[in-house]
Design a protein around this ligand. Structure first.
Ligand code: SF4
Length: 108
């Protein structure tokens, strides 16, 4: 399976949430601190978001590829070097660069 393709389950979760990038308004204006994604938040839970990719259960998320994390995901935005950065899926909040969710897509 192509690693950049979402699993059917993840695609359905994204659609239920309004699609990638449609979860909430954009990040606060420059200088304001954005909140971090809470892994217990319903949107995060729907996508299996965790702050540490080493904690992903590959049985629950068979699309997980060893070595994948937010840091090498196409959806990650923001300045390299920061521990928490914006993500196109969770637009109003920051994700841990060492995290992972089932919307992970390989960088091109
Ligand atoms: Fe999921 Fe990728 Fe966003 Fe991390 S950067 S939360 S893996 S979509």
């Amino acid at each position: 399976m192509c690693p950049s393709r979402l699993s059917r389950r993840s695609a359905l979760a994204l659609l239920a949430l309004g699609g990638a990038g449609a979860l909430a308004p954009a990040l606060p204006a420059s200088g304001e601190a954005a909140a971090r994604v809470d892994p217990k938040d319903p949107a995060a839970r729907a996508l299996g978001y965790v702050e540490n990719a080493a904690r992903v259960d590959p049985h629950k998320f068979p699309n997980f590829i060893s070595g994948s994390s937010c840091d090498n995901c196409l959806q990650l935005e923001g300045k390299p070097g920061n521990e928490y950065r914006p993500c196109k899926v969770f637009q109003d909040k920051l994700v841990a660069v060492g995290g992972w969710c089932s919307a992970w897509a390989a960088e091109i």
